[in-house]
Design a protein around this ligand. Structure first.
Ligand SMILES: [Ca+2]
Ligand SMILES: [Ca+2]
Length: 351
């Protein structure tokens, strides 16, 4: 259908104009770091005769090359023919542009949210930030997702879907519950980023980086280890599987453990299983089995809780109340979903 229309337009335009691309929205293809061959929404600039990583379908999100500086606007990444498989520096820009797109698409389809900040603006992504900078972050001031070039363990080469989605989800939290970044609220802040990172990764259905309940998997020396494991967070050697008084004294990344574990239990249930080729074995605090209600439903409940009930001071006990209230709103207080939320929290010792 689309091909037929394009052919007809080309015939009408005649040979003189046939080689000149239409201004504005275009669809290219790119080869991105860690994500393989992906479609790209771009913009053709008639003034320069080049395609730009400017996504007209998602709030004009733009991707810049920081040229290894940590200051300045960087350079809008462009290409001559809308085939972004040059390799080298272009690969990270392609991946960053694509990761923003899959993040946007997940939040719009799953939660009706338009963009990181929820206002329909695309903001930007920045790659090649600093010199061998081994991290990634979302900057609220510039509304820019930013990736360094660090290539050694533990993050592996950046960007990747779950890392980018984790950081951009911090922007979602900052504009909704605004959970503070310390104590138990800090753990819930980190868990919110981890669980939406997993949800985005599954939703992207990228064959080069399939969805899983691991964060930063296959990073480092290539031995299959991940930064974090949602089925049993203690697998990373530092995160906690269950809530206890004083867990808020840990760094938020590790205090997130029980909430990540809650999300896994609520989605998939307890016990050993293999999901899309990845093996999990999720225990519960009291040894009682938990039956999952699916990741889509679990994420809907968490998003409702995050946007309607959680605040900067929400702790684990209040997160339980918030998610129960969200489940009651969405499915009813007598629903199986509501009961599953209570069972999953009991599984991580929040009662
Ligand atoms: Ca090209
Ligand atoms: Ca992952």
């Amino acid at each position: 259908m689309a091909t037929a229309v394009l052919t007809a337009m080309a015939l009408q335009a005649g040979p003189a104009n046939a080689a000149r691309p239409a201004p504005g929205a275009a669809v290219g293809v790119g080869c991105g770091t860690n994500v393989g061959r992906v479609p790209l929404d771009t913009t053709y600039n008639t003034a320069t005769g080049r395609y730009e990583l400017n996504d007209p379908q998602r709030g004009n999100h733009k991707t810049y090359d920081m040229n290894n500086s940590t200051t300045g606007p960087g350079t809008l990444v462009t290409d001559d023919d809308n085939n972004w498989c040059e390799g080298g520096r272009q690969s990270d820009a392609v991946a960053a542009h694509y990761i923003h797109a899959v993040f946007w698409d997940y939040f719009l389809s799953a939660h009706g949210r338009k963009g990181v900040l929820g206002d329909g603006r695309g903001g930007c992504s920045r790659v090649h930030y600093g010199v061998n900078y081994l991290n990634a972050f979302y900057d609220m001031t510039s509304s820019c997702m930013t990736y360094g070039d660090g290539t050694q363990s533990p993050l592996g080469s950046l960007p990747r879907i779950d890392v980018g989605a984790h950081e951009m989800a911090h922007g979602v939290t900052a504009t909704t519950a605004d959970l503070s970044y310390s104590g138990e609220p800090g753990g819930l802040n980190e868990a919110t980023s981890d669980l939406f990172a997993a949800a985005v990764e599954f939703h992207a259905a990228n064959t080069a980086d399939p969805g899983d309940y691991l964060i930063g998997e296959k990073a480092g020396p290539g031995d299959g280890t991940a930064l974090r494991y949602m089925d049993r967070p203690s697998r990373d050697g530092a995160s906690k599987d269950y809530w206890y008084a004083g867990i808020g004294e840990l760094h938020p990344v590790y205090a997130a453990g029980p909430a990540n574990h809650f999300f896994y239990l609520l989605s998939e249930g307890s016990g050993p299983k293999v999901i899309d080729g990845v093996s999990y074995d999720s225990p519960t605090y009291d040894g009682r089995p938990v039956t999952g209600i699916g990741r889509t439903t679990a994420a809907r409940i968490w998003y409702r809780a995050l946007t309607a009930y959680m605040t900067s001071t929400t702790n684990y006990r209040a997160a339980r109340s918030a998610t129960l209230a969200a489940a009651a709103d969405l499915y009813g207080s007598g629903s199986a979903e509501y009961r599953a939320v209570g069972a999953a929290w009991a599984g991580v010792n929040v009662t």
